[in-house]
Structures are given as C-alpha cells and as structure tokens.
Design a protein around this ligand. Structure first.
Ligand code: PLP
Length: 421
C-alpha cells in the first residue's frame, strides 16, 4: 500500500492539492515542509496565503501554548472574551488607527467565503439593491453568494444552481494595454439603456490571486473608488489573499490610497494557520440586526491570540514591510531574468509584494509541468489562472534571502527540465 492509499480509498474525489503534491506531510517550520519519511520541501505556496509568517512561527506557538495552559477560552461563539477584546484593541491601535481607517469589525464564520457572504449580504441590506458587480477572473469563494461573484467556470459549474444578481465586468488589463476597462462601467452606469441595474456593491481584488496574479493599477482603483462613491455604490475590497502584508503593506489597497466601504480579511489574519475571518465595515453601513448573520465558529479564541501577537510583533513599526520590499526586489529580478533566459516560454512577470506570477498564455500547460518538476526537486509551488497558466509565487513573507534564492534556482532547473520535454 502506498502512503496515500488511505486517502485514495476513503477521501472524496473532491480532494485537490494532494494530487499536485502526492506525499504525506507531517511537520513544518518556517518555509520548510517535512514529510513523514523525512523529506524536506521548500514552501513557495504558504497554504495559499495562510501562513504569511511561516509555518509554526515560534512567536505564535509560544503564545498559543501559554494560552492553552492558562485554561483560556477556546470556543466563544460571539460572546465577549479577553482574547477577543485584546485582538480588537491591538487591531484598532496598530493596524487601523495608524492608517487613518475607521472600521467596525464583524467576526464572520471562519472562512474567506463566509466573510464575502457577509459583505454581500450587508451591502445588499444597506443599499436595498440586489445587483453586485464583480470582475473577470475574480475569485471570492465557493459558497453560493460568493460563487456568483467568482469567474472560474469549473467552480461555477459545481454550484448546480443558477448564480444570479451579479454583473461581470472586465478587470483592469482584461482588454489589453491601452484600454481602460472602467470606461465601459462608467458608460453602463450613465446609460439607462445599458441593462445594468444600479449595483449595491462592487467587489474587487486589488491583486487577483486565484485568477492569475492580475494586478489592478492604483489609477484604476482610484477611478473605481470615485465611480462607486459618486453613485452610492459600496466598494468591497476582497483582501483575503492579498491582505495581511502579502502585497507589501498590511492592506493591499494602501498603495492606491483608496478607502473601501467594506474589506474582507481571512487566510493569514490569525497568523498561525488557525481559521479566522473578519469583515471590516464603514460604521455608517453597519445595518445588521443583532444575530442576523451568525455561525458557530466565529469565536476561535486561539486564532485571536495568535492574530494579536502577530500584529504586536510584526506591525508595530515598519521593519517588516522593509524586509518584504527587499525580498520583492529579489523575487522580481529573478523572475525577470528567468523570463529573459527562456524566451520560448513567452513569460509575463506580474505581481506585487510577495505575490507574483510567471504567466505563459502561449504555453498554458507549462506552469503545471514546472510545478510538477519543482515538486520532484523539493519545492512546493502552485499554479493559478483560468487555464492554470500562471506559476504562482507565494512564499512566506518571513522567507530568508537564501531560501528564496535556493527555491528560484530549483524553478530555473525545473523550467529547463519542462522545456526539454
Ligand atoms: N477571496 C479570495 C480573494 C480568495 O483568494 C479566497 C480563497 O482562496 C477566498 C475569497 C475564499 O476563502 P476560503 O477558501 O477560506 O473560503
């Protein structure tokens, strides 16, 4: 029996990543994953952006052990607990206040999709409108409301019902350089014959993660903010993958200077890998009736502990963002040199912070082959994009310069191997 026999036999066909990385992982530290039989893999995937601060970061492990040993509340629904209060205070003081952001926090169910559901529900309630604008190649989760805003046909087909009340518009760059896709949105908003029902909200990722590392320009985001603001349309930034430092700043929209009405945050917010999601909202649109959006696991107090410690450790000054800037320069330079070295692949390099893609529209199968070859050589890296045509670099923000170089050298070798056939 192979190591994977139990999974093959008893786990649903729905399993996904296990197929790309067919080993049994047992332990992890920092940017290293270790299998049961002691093989080490360098992690360029970070649990799809969940472990931005590395696996088993000792700072969080120590705080979690201490909390567990002190008999701290683990599960609290949405009752008041010390751990929750301490997180809220730290988040207000070290994340929101220094950025001049005035948001109330909703603790949603612990998945990104649930934070998105909450944002969509609240926007619809607050405006009394149904329609929501989402963008091509957007990914917002797989529960039905979020799925309606998600572009990828494979996920949409799995829903089994019609996915309504969403109008899809072209994301920045979708129609090629030189076309501002917001011209279409503005024209449709102004034209009573366009067929576009005035939306309750627009939901957008500033950097599309699953959709292929497409980056919206600051100008495009600012225009989107102005268009929405002028018409009373709420702007939801889905920062589930690009938030919590991934883009180089805590929130991915900071670079553009826009202030969204609603922000969804999940994945790395707990910092330790424990499930947690929040919705940030302009207090003026907090029209929820008490208990109108509940969920059993909104009170994951262990997650609140590591979330607070992460904020206190990494976000009380700019030292962490300075390191991300250095690593980004290293990553971008390496990817550009890879693109230049392998012209046959026709790669485009795109991304921001430590969220980068090496995209080959001409050879969409290449990314998957490189991912497989890299895995054989000890690097875990995923693909994204509608055709899985993008090799997606999502290393931990805490990765060392040496580890990043080592992993990139493996990518080069893997690409050579993939092109050799
Ligand atoms: N939104 C974005 C931008 C995401 O990247 C994801 C997950 O990858 C989600 C929402 C959904 O999060 P979850 O898988 O936790 O439901």
């Amino acid at each position: 029996m192979s190591d994977l026999a139990v999974f093959d036999r008893y786990e649903s066909e729905v399993r996904g990543y296990i197929r790309s990385f067919p080993v049994v992982f047992e332990r992890a530290h920092g940017s290293v994953l270790v299998t049961e039989d002691g093989r080490e893999f360098l992690d360029f995937f970070s649990g799809a952006g969940v472990v931005n601060y590395g696996h088993n970061n000792p700072v969080f492990t120590a705080a979690l052990i201490e909390y567990l040993q002190s008999g701290g509340i683990i599960h609290g629904l949405d009752m008041a607990t010390s751990a929750k209060r301490d997180f809220i205070e730290a988040f207000q003081r070290l994340v929101l206040a220094p950025r001049g952001l005035n948001y109330k926090i909703q603790f949603t169910g612990p998945t990104g999709a649930n934070a998105v559901e909450s944002a969509l529900k609240l926007a619809r309630q607050a405006t009394g409108r149904q329609n929501v604008v989402a963008f091509t190649n957007g990914f917002h989760g797989l529960s039905l409301g979020a799925l309606a805003a998600t572009g990828n046909e494979k996920y949409r087909a799995a829903g089994g019902v019609s996915l309504g009340d969403v109008t899809r518009l072209p994301y920045d760059g979708y129609l090629g350089d030189g076309v501002d896709t917001l011209d279409l949105f503005e024209r449709m908003l102004d034209d009573p014959g366009s067929g576009l029902d005035l939306p309750a909200a627009v939901i957008v990722e500033t950097i599309q993660g699953e959709g292929g590392i497409n980056v919206a320009s600051p100008e495009w985001l600012r225009r989107l903010r102005t268009l929405t603001e002028n018409r009373g349309i709420l702007l939801i930034v889905d920062d589930i993958q690009s938030g919590v430092g991934r883009s180089g700043e805590f929130f991915s929209f900071e670079q553009s200077g826009i202030v969204p009405d609603l922000v969804t945050v999940s994945k790395s917010i707990s910092a330790s890998g424990l499930p947690m999601a929040i919705l940030l909202m302009d207090p003026a649109i907090d029209v929820w009736k008490p208990g109108a959006h509940t969920g059993t696991f909104r009170g994951n107090n262990l997650a609140f502990v590591s979330a607070r410690v992460a904020i206190e450790t990494y976000w009380s000054d700019t030292a962490f963002t300075e390191v991300i800037v250095e690593r980004e320069a290293q990553l971008r330079a390496a990817l550009e040199s890879i693109a230049a070295e392998f012209p046959v692949a026709e790669f485009t390099v795109r991304g921001r912070g430590l969220m980068y893609g090496l995209a080959s529209t001409a050879h969409p199968e290449l990314a998957g082959t490189v991912s497989q070859r890299a895995f054989e050589r000890g690097v875990v890296i995923e693909t994204s994009g509608a055709r899985d045509e993008v090799l997606k670099f999502l290393p931990a923000l805490t990765i060392s310069a040496e580890e990043l170089d080592r992993g990139l050298a493996v990518i080069r070798e893997s690409l050579t191997a993939a092109l050799a056939g």
